[in-house]
Design a protein around this ligand. Sequence first.
Ligand code: DGP
Length: 116
Amino acid sequence: MSEAQCLFCRIASGEIPATVVFEDEHVLAFRDIDPKAPTHILVIPRNHVTSLATAQAGHGDLLGRILLTAAELARAEGIAENGYRTVLNTGADGGQSVHHLHLHLLGGRAMGWPPG
Ligand code: DGP
């Protein structure tokens, strides 16, 4: 799929609307359209990276920004004290359905383990 057709690239460009909760020049965070917990936010890089499997050493700073954005949003959502789950689904067996790297921030309820 070309980046022009990528769903999350289109959300990052503003072409497709989303409930954006944070954005800067590097990352965008918006509410998942099909939430699996009271708080379910996706944190994505603005520029296209297909998955963690295709990330390069040069993406290290960006990946750190994504994680730290999730931690900051957890505080803002009031879920940091009780805890939360951060998930990067990667590839077919990982359950990745949108092929633009995204970190799920899930919280507001107790999570089970192991995941399905
Ligand atoms: P994954 O299965 O890990 O690739 O997660 C993709 C997530 O993206 C899934 O939880 C649903 C969400 N999603 C899919 N399409 C849209 C959309 O158009 N808008 C928003 N906000 N979320 C979407």
